[in-house]
Design a protein around this ligand. Structure first.
Ligand SMILES: Cc1cc2nc3c(=O)[nH]c(=O)nc-3n(C[C@H](O)[C@H](O)[C@H](O)COP(=O)(O)O)c2cc1C
Length: 259
């Protein structure tokens, strides 16, 4: 295994940090790695917002489903999908006037633009994660940054055609911290060849066998199996409802209306 593969293999989501701060050189390397990620049309359809202010970190840890460890992270970066800058550029350069009388129309960013920007955004984020890991700096994604859209938009002063997609918090591993990679589903359930392969009921049972072993008969939701237990804890939980509501708030602006 080469060094890159080893870094990928050893990475875990880190939620506790040593006191060693992240140096400016390390931070620069993390940001640089993010910016070297592939990007659709070389457009870099994202912005990275580094949160330095401790009060903001605290507030964000609350707004992101009350996860206190977030506020303790030495480095916090919000990765926002961003078509704002390109549309400013288009508008400044009279693209609307250019479109008049031509076969195409000047349309606001639409759903497809957002999806493309999300691809850019998360690829950049993951480059930053791997770069950090290569310097023994752990990280953790915080998907809850998609919640509380109205408050996050105001707090971060986010303009039109931006959307926070991911937050990543980083910090050095505490000394002797056990890096125990979490189990993944077996390859046969994830990797298909040439076309999608629908799994049989028996294969679904087999895929989730280890999950099923984590069923807790004393769970607080009176769930009768692990699927019910997991749904109650994650997919159907109140934070997921808030994420769904907030995502609709963000999505509204990407409607491709005529400009
Ligand atoms: C999109 C995304 C959102 C996540 N959001 C959170 C989060 O809000 N809080 C958290 O503690 N971990 C979060 N994680 C970390 C996952 O729980 C973690 O990646 C998963 O359990 C697998 O563990 P590993 O990263 O150690 O392999 C998130 C990961 C991803 C990719």
């Amino acid at each position: 295994m080469n060094e890159v593969l080893e870094v990928i293999e050893q990475r875990i989501s880190l939620r506790a940090y040593s006191d060693i701060p992240i140096s400016s050189e390390e931070e620069e390397a993390i940001l640089h790695a993010a910016m070297r990620a592939p990007t659709a049309g070389n457009q870099m359809l994202y912005s990275m917002i580094i949160i330095r202010d401790q009060e903001r970190k605290q507030l964000l840890s609350e707004l992101c489903d009350h996860q206190p460890f977030i506020a303790k992270a030495p480095l916090m970066i919000i990765f926002a999908a961003d078509h704002h800058k390109w549309f400013r550029y288009y508008q400044k350069n009279n693209v609307k006037q250019f479109c008049e009388g031509k076969a195409f129309q000047f349309e606001a960013p639409q759903e497809s633009d957002l999806l493309l920007a999300i691809q850019d955004t998360m690829i950049a984020a993951q480059n930053s994660v791997i770069a950090a890991e290569s310097m023994n700096i752990g990280s953790c994604y915080i998907g809850d940054i998609m919640e509380n859209g109205e408050k996050i938009k105001e707090l971060l002063n986010l303009p039109q055609y931006t959307m926070p997609i991911g937050m990543v918090v980083y910090g050095h591993y505490p000394q002797g911290f056990p890096k125990l990679p979490k189990r993944r589903f077996d390859k046969q359930f994830v990797v298909f060849e040439d076309e999608y392969q629908q799994l049989s009921d028996e294969q679904i049972d087999e895929m989730f066998r280890e999950e099923d072993a984590h069923y807790d008969p004393n769970n607080p939701h009176q769930a009768e199996n692990y699927a019910q237990q997991f749904y109650a804890r994650k997919t159907g939980a109140s934070f997921s409802k808030e994420m769904a509501r907030s995502a609709r708030f963000w999505l509204k602006q990407w409607d491709g209306r005529l400009l």
